[in-house]
Design a protein around this ligand. Structure first.
Ligand code: ADP
Ligand code: MG
Length: 247
């Protein structure tokens, strides 16, 4: 159990069909401790389907999944905050659903809120927050459970580019400080390369793996990495695979 680099999540030859339509076909991947694994692929290639199968929200038609589902962090594109609850009370929600006692969950929530830089906003309601701040609150809510693995389904797809870069900087910092493994989904190549240890490219109809890349940059990664020629070169390679997969 204490071995370094133990496997946190594995998909083995996963297939998902909806009636006659095969959404994903023969996907295998393994995510170890300390890995941040990102899947990029065109819209409709089965990324969300794969994440739902990993989380247990959806059952695979074939293949199998190994993961500890008791403490799985799931962050969606929408921040899914309850409008009638304050930031603090929204962040306490998951801990509440997990029957963590009141005093303890308040403590966990306040810590998580501080981690994402929202300490000045504990008593605010979601409507008075920017899109980026709502995503931070959503991240904090998941952090309270201290999950060993986070599943992210295009969480920053709806914010502007500058905010997205800030959120990428912060997610990468959290990945380092909190020590979770990540399975991240996006169609932004820059976001994938900036945060990940590995990037996998998926094709559509049916969704399958077409390429996989190791990302060699050391952590913590500085914002300037985005202007590094090596960063551009790797992004270019991934982009070529992605464009190839559209044909
Ligand atoms: P992505 O997240 O990559 O955009 P999805 O995983 O949402 O793609 O969907 C993959 C494919 O499966 C799409 O063609 C979509 O229409 C189809 N699909 C997803 N969910 C269902 C469902 N419940 N019933 C039928 N088809 C579905
Ligand atoms: Mg999707």
């Amino acid at each position: 159990d204490k071995l370094p680099n133990k496997t946190i999540l594995s998909l083995n030859n996963v297939v998902k069909s909806f009636g006659d339509f095969t959404a994903v076909k023969g996907i295998s991947l393994e995510i170890k401790e300390g890995e941040f694994f990102t899947i990029v692929g065109p819209s409709g290639c089965g990324k969300s389907t794969l994440l739902k199968i990993a989380s247990g929200l959806l059952e695979a038609t074939g293949g199998n999944v190994t993961v500890d589902r008791d403490r799985l962090g799931y962050v969606f594109q929408d921040a899914t905050l309850l409008p009638w609850r304050t930031v603090l009370s929204n962040v306490e929600l998951l801990a509440e659903l997990h029957d963590i006692p009141k005093v303890e969950r308040r403590q966990l929530a306040l810590e998580a809120i501080e981690t994402v830089g929202l300490s000045g906003f504990v008593n605010h309601y979601p409507r008075s927050l920017s899109g980026g701040m709502r995503m931070r609150a959503s991240l904090a809510r998941t952090l309270t459970l201290k999950p060993p693995v986070f599943l992210f389904d295009e969480p920053f797809g709806a914010v502007d580019e500058i905010t997205r870069e800030h959120l990428n900087d912060e997610t990468q910092r959290l990945f380092q400080s909190e020590g979770f493994a990540g399975l991240f989904i996006t169609h932004s190549i820059a976001e994938a390369v900036f945060m990940s240890t590995r990037v996998m490219v998926m094709s559509a109809r049916p969704g399958r793996i077409v390429a996989e890349f190791d990302v060699p940059f050391e952590y913590p990664r500085k914002p300037e990495l985005r202007f590094d020629p090596e960063f551009a070169a790797l992004s270019g390679e991934i982009s070529r695979e992605l464009r190839g997969s559209h044909q």
